[in-house]
Design a protein around this ligand. Structure first.
Ligand code: TXA
Ligand code: MG
Length: 346
């Protein structure tokens, strides 16, 4: 075995070793949990067909039982083993975007336990880009259920070290696939009548990318707003606190000049930080972290920066949001939740 290291009691497996692949596949077959790399964020993987294994995921994360898991497959044909009544648009999307950061909600077959689907009759299916993770699915002979491998409510992990930090004492192994290329979770979509696609969670695949595949693309209202008390969520994940570090995050929506003016007036304090875009806020009296020049870079770095701020013992963080166009919508969606919907518009 080419185990790279052992970190906080978790074996760090290589994504480039046959024997590590065999070991990870054996863990999955035995109903154990394995931290797995994907292009979006790291997942906490288990055999999707094994109810006991699936329940271990919920226990390790502290995840509410009604929040369904995404089932990961390695070949498009496997979609039909776990879902039925698949529309032609879903096949076209699978052909054009898989392997990749797109999850499709489809009617579930009985073989997927309700423990995995949070009691729903539907199942989210995705084919991840990581070569290793697809090999793991083939080698284990099981579809792999995997939510993001963070403690529920905390920012998702984008490195194997983040997984070790959150899953210490809870899992035996994590596969080190390096830093995640996208950095934010997959775009989640559902199919509705009248040739409509509803986006339940925005991601790297944007509304524009999806527009050739349906007459109408609806961006669910809950993406940009909190749900009111009695409102029913289109996706259970919308109900819960998310992406939230220990520090208090305040989101600032403003043009560069207004943002700079605002943060230059802050009273410096060692617990106060500013998360800025590009080279802005250079003369700020508080500590500044830059999290990206482009929305893509912001997406890639966001979760790592939120985790870093906790390491720095930040108490109050003023974050400049990128625009809501393209992948910016996904960044904004995560930030507004990290901020508990506390937004300052200038
Ligand atoms: O990129 C990703 O999607 C990552 C990697 C590991 O693949 N996974 C991930 O899983 O983000 P998780 O569990 O953290 O988020 C899945 C989201 C949740 O908000 C959940 O409510 C929603 O997808 N979801 C899953 N199945 C659903 C279903 N049947 N109906 C509606 N929403 C569903
Ligand atoms: Mg998650």
């Amino acid at each position: 075995m080419k185990i790279l290291d052992n970190y906080k009691g978790i074996a760090l497996l290589s994504d480039n070793s046959e024997s590590d692949l065999e070991y990870a596949a054996e863990l999955i077959r035995q109903g154990e949990l394995v931290g797995i790399p994907t292009e979006t964020v790291y997942g906490l993987g288990a055999d999707a067909l094994n109810e006991e294994a699936v329940k271990k995921i919920f226990a390790a994360k502290g995840r509410p039982a009604d929040n369904p898991l995404i089932v990961h497959i390695a070949d498009t044909e496997q979609m039909e083993l776990y879902a039925h009544d698949i529309l032609p648009a879903a096949y076209r999307l699978a052909h054009d975007f898989w392997p990749g950061p797109l999850t499709m909600i489809l009617p579930k077959r009985d073989i997927i336990p309700f423990a995995a689907s949070g009691g729903l009759d539907t199942v989210g299916i995705r084919m991840p880009q990581s070569e290793f993770t697809r090999k793991l699915i083939r080698k284990s002979g099981r579809p792999v259920a995997a939510p993001s491998a963070n403690i529920s409510g905390y920012p998702s992990p984008t490195t194997a070290m983040h997984v070790c930090h959150d899953m210490q004492g809870k899992i035996k192994a994590v596969v080190d696939g390096g830093e995640c290329r996208v950095g934010l979770e997959s775009t989640v979509i559902a199919f509705e009548k009248n040739n409509t696609i509803r986006i339940l969670r925005p991601g790297f695949i944007t509304p524009n990318d999806l527009s050739p595949y349906a007459e109408k693309i609806i961006t669910d209202k809950a993406i940009l707003n909190g749900l009111s008390k009695d409102e029913k969520a289109s996706s259970p994940g919308m109900k819960y606190k998310h992406y939230s570090p220990a520090a208090n995050i305040i989101l600032i929506e403003a043009a560069k000049a207004d943002f700079e003016k605002y943060v230059y007036d802050l009273i410096p304090d060692k617990g106060t930080y500013v998360a800025a875009l590009g080279g802005e806020a250079k003369n700020c009296p508080c500590s500044v972290i830059h999290y990206g020049n482009t929305p893509q870079e912001c997406a890639k770095n966001l979760f790592a920066v939120l985790r870093k701020l906790d390491e720095l013992d930040a108490k109050q963080v003023y974050v400049h949001s990128p625009g809501k166009e393209g992948i910016g919508l996904a960044v904004y969606n995560r930030l507004i939740r990290a901020a508990g919907f506390e937004v300052i518009c200038l």
